[in-house]
Ligand binder design. Structure first.
Ligand SMILES: *[C@@H]1O[C@H](CO)[C@@H](O)[C@H](O)[C@H]1NC(C)=O
Ligand SMILES: *[C@@H]1O[C@H](CO)[C@@H](O)[C@H](O)[C@H]1NC(C)=O
Ligand SMILES: *[C@@H]1O[C@H](CO)[C@@H](O)[C@H](O)[C@H]1NC(C)=O
Length: 379
């Protein structure tokens, strides 16, 4: 017996009568076959098309809903709009610049605590968070000189942002990792605008001259961030978040609102944000080189007091010898570049201290603010 649904009927068999049967059977088989194939293809298309489409639609909606309550979008000229988030009242203003690839959200706890005594502002660097990157044909042209995601370009943006938003000067400038490179660069160029400089986990300029570090950074860290970018673009990240397979960096809990958690998920699923995070990591060696050059060209004025905050290691999740490498270069940086810096060590902390151990950082910032406020009153 020949099965009618058989996919492959034998080709050469017997007399005409049977052939007719055969033809009919294969035709039906083909029909059935092609309809199954069609269904499979439809499913595949659904699986490939639907998640990115749904993700994209959700991103549009969330992008408008999740802008922080106190956040403002500032047009810093030439069409570039940036997200500035200020809390509290008073002087001196504290400006917070986030670590590599991170949005202003990372400062949540520090900002809340410092806002009790003065005005404290953070922002999203271009491409991250709510600071949308412009199309290539709309940009100001500064990125052609500096490179898109490098310190020179970011400092130019920050300068224009603080001018446009009329932030009172001088301010206390605080940066972590790439934010520390930016803060240093800013203080070298616009030294009269900065009263105090605070560097959290500074990236020593020479780090990217070490092959072992470059192997880690470009061979391990960067590919993992590129996977995250791809996963965001395909809508996979959103599905994984819904399934609970990936979680936001800052865990929920006391003093963390539901909206804040939603915003972190939004940024995890946002390919534009993820792509800028990749770029900031990719160009970190260029950023470090720019800061090295500016330090030679225009040294930091001794008028600006510097404090440096570090933990036990740079990152608890990377091999010990890499941490030692960072620690040695940081020590060298402290001795050679800012020997009079106030060095604060936080026990048990690494680069996640801003959100995991925020209290030592906020205490130090409040102390600096109190000192400056005391001086203001005496004057
Ligand atoms: C830039 O290019 C995009 C598409 O490529 C276009 O929609 C937009 O109008 C252009 N902007 C300017 C200022 O030319
Ligand atoms: C939450 O905020 C309150 C008031 O600002 C503070 O006293 C408390 O320590 C905070 N809790 C945590 C876990 O940060
Ligand atoms: C940074 O790294 C890239 C890629 O490895 C390389 O092409 C570039 O020359 C490096 N830049 C500096 C300043 O070292």
């Amino acid at each position: 017996m020949r099965t009618r649904t058989g996919a492959q009927a034998p080709i050469n068999d017997g007399p005409e009568r049977k052939d007719l049967d055969h033809n009919q059977a294969t035709a039906e088989g083909r029909l059935l076959n092609s309809s199954t194939l069609l269904n499979i293809a439809k499913c595949l298309i659904l699986i490939i098309i639907i998640p990115p489409f749904l993700n994209y639609a959700s991103l549009q909606r969330e992008g408008q809903m999740l802008l922080p309550k106190d956040g403002q979008i500032v047009d810093i000229g030439l069409g570039q709009k940036m997200h500035l988030l200020c809390k509290g009242k008073g002087k001196p203003v504290v400006i917070l610049d986030a670590p590599t690839g991170m949005s202003s959200d990372v400062w949540l706890h520090v900002q809340e605590s410092v806002a009790a005594i003065t005005k404290v502002c953070t922002y999203d660097r271009t491409g991250l968070g709510f600071s949308k990157r412009l199309m290539q044909n709309e940009t100001s042209g500064t990125e052609k000189f500096w490179g898109m995601s490098t310190t020179g370009r970011m400092v130019d943006d920050l300068y224009r942002l603080l001018q446009t938003a009329e932030i009172a000067k001088p301010f206390i400038l605080v940066g972590s990792e790439l934010g520390a490179l930016n803060s240093r660069f800013y203080s070298h160029i616009y030294d009269v605008q900065v009263s105090d400089l605070v560097l959290i986990d500074p990236i020593p300029e020479e780090l990217f001259e070490e092959d072992e570090w470059k192997d880690y950074w470009y061979g391990k860290l960067l590919p993992s961030l590129q996977v995250r970018q791809f996963s965001a673009a395909t809508g996979l990240s959103r599905m994984l978040i819904i399934l609970g397979a990936i979680e936001p960096t800052i865990k929920g809990g006391e003093n963390v609102s539901e909206e804040f958690m939603q915003r972190q998920k939004y940024l995890l699923s946002n390919p534009a944000h993820q792509s800028s995070a990749v770029d900031e990591h990719y160009f970190l060696n260029e950023s470090a080189a720019q800061v090295r050059d500016i330090s030679k060209f225009k040294p930091l004025t001794s008028r600006i007091p510097v404090s440096v905050i570090t933990g036990d290691s740079f990152d608890q999740q990377i091999p010990e010898q890499l941490n030692q490498m960072v620690a040695e270069l940081q020590k060298k940086f402290l001795e050679e570049t800012c020997p009079s810096a106030n060095h604060i060590h936080i026990k048990g902390a690494d680069r996640r201290m801003i959100y995991k151990k925020p209290s030592v950082i906020s205490q130090h910032l409040r102390k600096l603010v109190n000192q400056r406020q005391g001086q203001q009153q005496r004057e």
